[in-house]
Design a protein around this ligand. Sequence first.
Ligand code: IMP
Length: 426
Amino acid sequence: MSNLVVVGIQWGDEGKGKMTDYLGQKADVVVRYQGGNNAGHTITFGGNRYALQSIPSGIFNPHIKNVMANGMVINPKAALAELDGLRARGINDFQLYVSDRAAVIMPYHIALDGAYEQLKGGRQIGTTKKGIGPAYADKYSRVGIRMGDLLDADYFASRLRDALAQKNMELRMLGLEEMDFDTLYREGLAYGEAFRPYICDTSILLNEEVKAGRNILFEGAQGVMLCIENGTYPYVTSSSPTAASVPLGTGLAPRYIDRALGICKAYTTRVGAGPFPTELDGALADYIRERGHEYGTVTGRPRRVGYLDAVALRHAVRVSGINYLSIMLFDVLTGVETLKICNAYELDGKTIDYVPSTISSYERCRPIYVELPGWTEDITGVRSLDALPENAKAYLRKIEELTGTEIAVVSVGPDRTQTIVVKEIF
Ligand code: IMP
């Protein structure tokens, strides 16, 4: 038995979908343990491109059990639309298990997400407006509705009544229209029926899978720098994508989690607001954005682009216990004359080598770079480390040195086959 957590170690969009799909070929079970349809996992194989938001990336393989675990927030309408979209493209034969304890994203969460953002004026977080923050907030203030609640008409009615008493008051105060109990109740029950075949206690299922010695892949969404605990708070999402959140988000004991693979682009991107010390603008940013198709999968927003930031990577490796790295979109850097990696920040005249906890300090950090020569050769057909241009190899070695972490995989294109495996880890 082996299990592996796939964790984004930047600000999301690192290419976790490709790696989960790639490694998933060996998995018996693929598990989403946090986040919701704010994620956008792009998977390309056989000339087809699929974008998943809340459905686990193992869905294309009929032998894989796909689990949406209790740590997730699930918008049932959106998840059903995702499943319908897959079916329309011929993906009919799949195994899906949805935790009865997973939180439901309700329509009022989406309305409140937008309204709270507007209230922030110029200090908006730039959320995906999918209701993620308000849904997690309700979970922790104990007025959340869970997937299992949708299966019990009377219990759901009482939970919805309690929640709506609060939510309609908030909506009213924000000048928004109140939501109608009967409509939400009817819709909720219908979603419950649609999900009934999939809803179960996924903690029991996962513990059985562990006992049976199965290979389990945990698919993190977003990235460690967006973690509610260890990210660039408050410019973060409302869950923790780190490996540490797997036990809590799945109901599996920490002793069953073997290792974590940190997914990292060969450069850095960020969507939404918040500090980004190595951010680039101008021609180089455009070059990388176009070559890397750096536009949000969920929102379509152009992503902010920058040099690789080893300070942020070391932070992510430390707080998430990363054992190995997977370097993604490496081919995008072909043609960049001089590559830079940030190895320290200058903060108010001092050199620091860590990520400050407050945004006001982080916003004042200036990057201190090491420079390396780039390469011009097309590397999209390369399948072994040795066959890479010398400068490309030197760039990878520098990443290992600055992060203190071994590289296990290098991705040189979007397709499953465009993958250099340096070390088998799953
Ligand atoms: P939320 O998760 O919609 O609340 O958004 C909070 C922050 O996380 C915003 O800056 C989003 O752009 C960012 N975010 C959320 N999900 C993703 C993702 O999957 N990739 C990249 N950024 C994300």
